[in-house]
Unconditional design. Structure first.
Length: 74
């Protein structure tokens, strides 16, 4: 049986704990910065090196990306 924690994304866990730091301003910034640079295929693999608290991963989830992951040494 798979551990339930491994089935949840880091950003999902932060959101449920009330710790998400993704704001409308950050979303607008990500939209401006990454417009035209993200893959059109929402199933493409995207890895965020140095993801911190996972804001960008949460952003990708909001944009409909399905195959995302990230890592950080902290």
């Amino acid at each position: 049986m798979q551990d339930e924690r491994t089935e949840k994304s880091y950003s999902d866990m932060l959101s449920k704990m009330g710790l998400s730091t993704l704001t409308k301003v950050k979303i607008a910034g990500y939209d401006a910065w990454y417009n035209g640079h993200l893959p059109d295929d929402k199933n493409a693999a995207v890895y965020d090196f140095g993801c911190g608290h996972g804001d960008f991963l949460e952003y990708l989830t909001l944009k409909g990306y399905k195959n995302i992951s990230g890592g950080d040494i902290n």
